[in-house]
Write a protein that binds this ligand. Structure first.
Ligand SMILES: Cc1cc2nc3c(=O)[nH]c(=O)nc-3n(C[C@H](O)[C@H](O)[C@H](O)COP(=O)(O)O)c2cc1C
Length: 168
């Protein structure tokens, strides 16, 4: 089992230490290399380091102020929001979520913490970052060195979430 999968946990307190440019690049590369439907790669990742902007993003995330405490915030957007997958799911939601998962795991391997943020006002976030109307904001994550011990993983057992051959 990969360490990142078994050991990573959400980080909600960050050291002031900056994220090195080469580490940030590796995290972003993880998004770039992630799979997407028909390999369309209809996404954009906004890297925010500006203090005031981070504070505004934290406010848009219903006052989750720890977001502003990280040296970097990455905001993940889908640039083509109309396409649907054959299974009926919105393509951009799935594609951008996969890219975010890749970034989060890569960040862990570099000693960096992240916290998937799904609770935010999209309209506010778009205003803050000048994101065009047709673009959707799927997630954001703070990125920085953790200033908290890893938290315990609480998960259902395999028995509870897996069944074989038929749903049951
Ligand atoms: C789609 C999604 C949305 C989430 N939104 C938030 C959020 O807005 N704020 C937050 O603090 N954590 C958020 N989380 C983090 C989850 O609470 C966390 O991943 C979960 O409790 C499991 O804990 P772990 O990440 O430490 O393993 C979100 C996670 C996912 C996958």
């Amino acid at each position: 089992m990969s360490n990142a999968i078994s050991q990573r946990s959400s980080v909600r307190a960050y050291k002031a230490t900056d994220v090195e440019e080469d580490k940030l690049k590796k995290v972003l590369e993880a998004a770039r290399l992630s799979p997407s439907a028909s390999n369309r790669q209809n996404w954009k990742f906004i890297v925010v380091r500006n203090k005031e902007t981070k504070k505004k993003l934290a406010k848009a995330a219903f006052g989750q102020f720890f977001i502003g405490g990280a040296p970097v915030v990455i905001v993940a957007c889908g640039t083509e929001s109309k396409a649907m997958l054959g299974c009926g799911q919105p393509t951009h939601t799935v594609d951008v979520s996969i890219a975010c998962a890749y970034m989060i795991l890569q960040a862990y391997e570099l000693g960096l913490g992240t916290c998937w943020i799904g609770a935010f006002e999209e309209g506010e976030t778009k205003k803050i970052l000048n994101i065009p109307e047709h673009v959707r904001v799927v997630a954001m994550t703070p990125l920085g060195y953790p200033n908290q011990p890893p938290s315990k993983k609480i998960r259902k057992s395999l028995d509870q979430i897996v069944c074989y051959e038929k749903y049951g």
